[in-house]
Design a protein around this ligand. Structure first.
Ligand SMILES: Nc1ncnc2c1ncn2[C@@H]1O[C@H](COP(=O)(O)OP(=O)(O)OP(=O)(O)O)[C@@H](O)[C@H]1O
Length: 572
């Protein structure tokens, strides 16, 4: 009981007493009624069972704990002796935990490792910045991150580490922490570098070798190409040589034939105005490539003029091929001109080059063109126009570059009228006509020709003849020479053979050279008039006027006679 300083009970003590008694009452009221014995025994039993249960649980817990400890030891060993360093880092990269391998890797005791910033083991600022970025990415939750860094141990040794980090999420109660494994990749890296170097070297060697091989290959291909080309050009050269040899052979045969015919390729003799005009025309046309048509009686020298044109042309080093259209059988002219393939017709046993092919680059002289069969005239026209033709029996078109000189002793205009000569061919041929006058119209040349032939045949026979009697010359001047220069040449040749001594003796009666009247060609009125005028003039010694002049004999006015002479080209 509470008392005051006078040892008297306080007034509040009564109240407290009352409250305490009330609490006791409430407590006893809440308490169960006192147990009876049976109940007490039952409760005691349960209590004992419960205690046994607890003891058993305790045993189980202990063994579980032991097992856990064993497992922990086992995993701790695994953790410690794992072949790579494990580190648990905080958000700033401070090492919170590390396995033994990790401590060994960083060359520091494990106990001293905890609390150290991993960055301090990283070489160079650059590496540390890379690690910071690595850590940041991990903490940002960007998943597992890897990086390569050079790390330095406290003893100064370095190693190349491969880092792999992952953040540990909060549910694993390692909130904000990072698990980082580090592998010492130094040896592997060295090996890799070596391997890379070796590979680079290998690649370099392979590239160099490949380049060498490619070059060698290209060289080979080039060589093969060159060989191929060389082979081709050899083949071509061979075929050209073959063609050339064929051509040369043919040319040779032709030239031999020409030589055997004793053609006179020397200069053309003549100093008459008529011949001077012919020479002038020859000089004019020779350097051109124009087609020339030579007109004139037989034996007037058309062949010689053709040769002179060729020899004065740019083609003079190529052959002049002569085709005498009268000398060849009509059925052979075509194959002679254009050539033939083997078997082109019965009897064509071998391939033969035509005269046009032979004359390629040169000149072809088509003598007696008026004799050419009509059907061939068409083909000739084509050659003149396009330079093209086909060999007999061959569809292949050949092209040649040939200058054409044609000659005719026939009056081609009459032939056209008679339908024996194509007008178009005539106009093609007569681009540049040259008419060679008959010998009787250029008696001025006779003496010159006589001396020329005498010299020629005395040289040939070894005789010495230096005089031609005046009477003989006069005889020659009077004669009308139907065979022209050829006839005169024959007369001289015979005379040289038969002459004894230095004087030329013409034994033959001159009239013998005249054709019997009935054999003579029927001449036109103009020709007869011309011949007659010449004869009379020769008789009067070329005197025109006066009592012994030709005009009187002919019953013509001298000026009329002069006009006729001009018309017919009659000159002394
Ligand atoms: N002016 C001349 N000078 C020298 N010889 C000539 C002359 N004219 C012709 N001859 C000679 O006369 C002969 C005949 O000449 P060429 O064959 O050239 O005449 P052609 O007019 O072609 O005759 P054809 O029409 O009969 O073929 C040849 O031997 C030739 O040498």
């Amino acid at each position: 009981m509470a008392i005051d300083k006078n040892n008297k009970p306080l007034a509040t003590s009564g109240r407290l007493r009352r409250e305490a008694e009330a609490q006791l009452r409430a407590k006893t009221a809440a308490q169960p009624p006192p147990l009876n014995l049976a109940e007490a025994q039952r409760l005691l039993h349960e209590l004992e069972v419960h205690q046994i249960e607890l003891e058993m649980q305790n045993v189980e817990l202990r063994s579980a704990r032991e097992e856990l400890e064993v497992a922990h030891t086992k995993y701790a060993e695994l953790f410690d002796f794992a072949p790579l360093g494990y580190f648990i880092l905080d958000q700033r990269g401070r090492i919170q935990e590390a396995n033994l391998a990790g401590a060994q890797l960083l060359g520091i005791e494990r106990s001293r490792l905890v609390g150290k910033i991993l960055s301090r083991f990283i070489e160079e600022d650059e590496g540390r910045a890379a690690f910071a970025a690595h850590l940041e990415k991990v903490l940002r939750g960007e998943g597992v991150q890897c990086c390569e860094l050079t790390l330095r141990r406290p003893d100064g040794t370095r190693f190349h580490g491969l880092l792999q980090s992952a953040s540990v999420d909060a549910s694993e109660s390692l909130d904000g922490r990072v698990l980082t494994s580090i592998i010492d990749d130094t040896d592997n890296r060295k090996l890799r570098l070596k391997l890379k170097k070796a590979q680079a070297m290998l690649e370099e060697t392979v590239a160099a070798r490949t380049a060498e091989l490619t070059q060698a290959n290209a060289h080979l291909v080039q060589e093969v190409e060159q060989h191929k080309r060389a082979k081709e050009s050899l083949k071509e050269a061979f075929s050209q040589i073959q063609q050339l040899s064929e051509r040369l052979q043919a040319e040779n045969v032709h030239l031999q034939q020409e030589v055997s015919r004793e053609y006179d390729f020397g200069e053309i003799i003549g100093h008459s105005d008529a011949m001077s005009y012919v020479f002038f025309r020859v000089e004019q046309v020779a350097p051109q490539d124009a087609t020339v048509l030579l007109l004139g009686e037989t034996g007037t020298g058309k062949g010689l003029v053709a040769r002179a044109i060729h020899n004065r042309s740019a083609r003079k080093d190529r052959p002049m091929i002569t085709v005498n259209c009268t000398a060849l059988p009509a059925n052979l002219i075509e194959s002679e001109l254009f050539g033939r393939e083997k078997g082109a017709f019965t009897g064509a046993n071998a391939r033969q080059m035509g005269r046009f092919e032979l004359a390629d680059g040169g000149t072809i002289f088509l003598d007696e063109i008026g004799e050419m069969p009509l059907e061939l005239q068409v083909k000739l026209l084509r050659v003149i126009q396009d330079g093209e033709f086909e060999r007999l029996g061959s569809p292949r078109t050949l092209k040649v570059n040939v200058r054409i000189i044609a000659a005719s002793n026939r009056n081609l205009e009459e032939e056209i009228r008679a339908g024996r000569f194509r007008e178009d061919l005539f106009y093609r041929l007569s681009v540049f006509p040259i008419t060679i006058p008959p010998l009787r119209q250029r008696t001025d040349d006779i003496e010159l020709l006589v001396r020329y032939f005498v010299a020629k045949y005395t040289k040939k026979t070894g005789k010495k003849i230096d005089t031609v009697p005046k009477e003989t010359l006069e005889l020659f001047l009077r004669y009308h020479w139907p065979g022209n220069v050829r006839e005169l040449e024959n007369v001289i040749e015979r005379a040289v053979i038969t002459s004894q001594g230095p004087v030329l003796q013409v034994l033959d009666r001159f009239d013998a050279f005249r054709k019997p009247e009935e054999e003579q060609d029927l001449k036109s009125l103009g020709d007869l008039e011309r011949d007659h005028i010449v004869q009379v003039l020769q008789k009067t010694g070329w005197r025109i006027e006066g009592p012994k002049g030709a005009a009187l004999l002919l019953g013509l006015n001298p000026s009329t006679l002069r006009a006729r002479m001009r018309k017919y080209g009659i000159q002394r």
